[in-house]
Design a protein around this ligand. Sequence first.
Ligand code: SF4
Length: 470
Amino acid sequence: MTFLPVRVRPLSDEAALCVNDAGRFFAGSHGFVDRLLDEALTPMDRQFLAREGHALEADDPLGLAAHLHGVAERLSRAGPLDYLILVPTLRCNLSCSYCQVSRAGLAAPGFDWSEETLAAVLACLDALSTDRIKIEFQGGEPTLRPDLLRAVIARCERFAERQFVVCTNLQQIDDEILALFDRPDLFISTSLDGDATTHGRNRTGGPVRTDRFLANLRTVVDRYGPGKVSALPTIDATAPPDIDTLIEAYAAHGLDSIFLRPINFQGFARKRHKDAREQDLAWRAYYERFVRAIIARNWRDRGRVLEETYLSIALRRIFQPGRDRHVDLRNPNPMGLDYIVVDHDGMVYPTDEARMLARSGIIDLSIGDVRRGWDSEARDQLNAHATNQFDPACQRCAYQPYCGRDLVDDIARYGRIDMPRLETEFCRRHLHLFDFVFALIYSDDPAVIYSLSRWLRLPGTPASLGARLQ
Ligand code: SF4
């Protein structure tokens, strides 16, 4: 019998987490780890390891194939281009202190797509080989140009599967915008930072504007139901809002998914929120309290399941590889292949963060433009480093099968991509996140297992979610 190598990470005072290359894991007691190191495994140990997919018999080609399939499943495969983030205008009717794209003023000329850029975007859509398309309209405030949104949407009629997301501040909605929103294949994404005071703090225009936003949010939720509307809070980690107030602000609008993000270190935020470069232990503690508050709420009111979006993504990366498509957390994380960003001037970026970096004047990470294409040397250079596979720290890390790579984040924070991995905010954030997720997985609290089971979309609630070896 051959034992597959495991990477080990402390889990608790009694046990260590053991993970193999396929992402299969168990909690091994310290006694087991000693027996493993001393090559003194008992027959019970061997039985357990074989049953849990950590050992292979010499004459078991099917078992070997299953293991190799499990390893391969952990690697993302970028398909054809079918996801476009489009920025028809950089102008905006608000000016938020944490704006990541340094938006242009409402009346500023030269920040909308030109006729030529629109024509090139439409030609790009015509040339796609896929039969499904997802388009996210970003800005600026994209609803300032409903004509451009309509032109793009009309050109997508040929795709069998279509999904449009309008990322809007919901400051201004009129009949023309509502006619667009009425499409069943269109979804609305907005920002909601908490109660009215918190929401208004980082926005211009004071309480009147915030009241209007909240009324518009109520209008679209009432008109379409919460399934069509999603919202994100952006949190000032130095002064985070009261957790229960934030959760209830979402619950009151029927919004069940809360993506708890600190201010992104981009755009205006680089100047006005300098602390956003690194998150500290206080933020991580806030994040844990927030998730535990959601778990407690889900247990109290079992008719409703709320979730923290990124934690659910991490959880599904552990248990359900390949099930979801998340470009935020994947490995390898190739750029400019299955999704691109087309800016207001037609420049093509690999990610929205790359667009923000260029806009902040930090570094130009454009990989081409929508007229001439983006199969460029710049894209190839980025993609030569788009994996965590060969990083010495990641190779030793128990979380490598679940984790990802974000070159643009490293460039944004440190101006380089060769920082020792363990010294990056990306790594610290994910070490903390996966430590926390596994602490939840091995919790004996039925309330915790109940929430995890819902977030995994399991039909029932198992007694436990992780195997243990004494
Ligand atoms: S980035 Fe950090 S957490 Fe992620 S696999 Fe690498 S070492 Fe582990």
